[in-house]
Design a protein around this ligand. Structure first.
Ligand SMILES: [Mn+2]
Length: 270
């Protein structure tokens, strides 16, 4: 199974991607297969991917920037994961493990390769369930009106690590329905791609154990995490989110920096 990353032109992503890929190979060896999906044309991205020997899939998303509200333009990359079932380079893959680039592979992930979620597997965020102001969201698909009842109470699954069943998403136009829903409801979401996945797939999402997506601010991260997710403050951030720079944050941040060369560390004020 491939490990898939998605990026956009945010330069911070390049350091994150390097550590994600290096830690993945450190845990699993160089033969683990990965792919990076990218819609832009920044030379620095091409160079970094080439230097890190990460295969690139250039992809023009159906949810193109002109269809997304301006306020999402700073993080276009996060929407790419919604379309992995349509990426030609993944056409032969039944399942893929999507990971944000702000992850650190800390223990083996082989166990995940044996799972077969019906649509997708995601770990839960440590937030309380909530109720959306809409009882149902609607969208039109091929001239028909479709309704998606909100999966009340809505438990939030994190889109930082998603084990996608691409085969299922390609079957019977599920992904086409989903993208029609996304296009027509993107103004009714709070949390980017994650809201779209949670609202549309709701109770069809299979729950992954916490160890597959553990933020460093959780006290058990060091002892249990297989994939550490720098959800909240990024490893180099010293003042943002003070209440989340707790527990294992400092330790995991040091592990993260250990994957960078001295010259690569210099761009961060430590
Ligand atoms: Mn993330």
């Amino acid at each position: 199974m491939k490990v898939v990353f998605c990026i956009d032109d945010n330069p911070a992503y390049l350091s994150l991607l390097k550590v994600a890929v290096r830690s993945l190979r450190s845990v699993h060896g160089a033969e683990i297969s990965c792919l990076c999906v990218y819609a832009g044309q920044d030379k620095r991205v091409f160079e970094t991917l080439e230097n890190e020997a990460v295969p690139l899939a250039r992809y023009s998303p159906r949810l193109s920037p002109d269809l997304l509200p301006d306020r999402f333009h700073r993080c276009l990359g996060c929407f790419l994961k919604l379309e992995l079932a349509l990426v030609p380079e993944l056409a032969q893959d039944a399942y893929v493990l999507y990971c944000d680039v702000d992850v650190l592979f800390f223990r083996p992930i082989i166990e995940l390769f044996g799972l077969a979620p019906k649509y997708m597997g995601m770990a839960r965020e440590a937030t309380a369930p909530f109720f959306h102001e809409y009882q149902a969201l609607e969208y039109e698909f091929q001239g028909r009106k479709c309704f998606v009842p909100m999966p009340f109470p809505i438990w939030t699954f994190s889109s930082g690590v998603v084990l996608f069943n691409l085969q299922r998403l390609r079957h019977r136009s599920v992904v086409e329905h989903f993208l029609a829903f996304c296009r027509q409801n993107v103004d009714r979401i709070g949390n980017l791609d994650q809201s779209l996945l949670n609202y549309f797939f709701g109770k069809r999402i299979s729950r992954l154990a916490d160890r597959w997506n553990r933020p460093p601010y959780q006290s058990d991260c060091l002892d249990t995490a297989h994939i550490v997710h720098f959800h909240g403050p990024k490893p180099w951030e010293k003042t943002a989110f003070p209440d989340l720079r707790i527990n294992c944050f400092e330790t995991m941040r040091d592990v993260w920096f250990s994957y960078l060369r001295e010259d690569e560390k210099k761009r961060f004020v430590l």
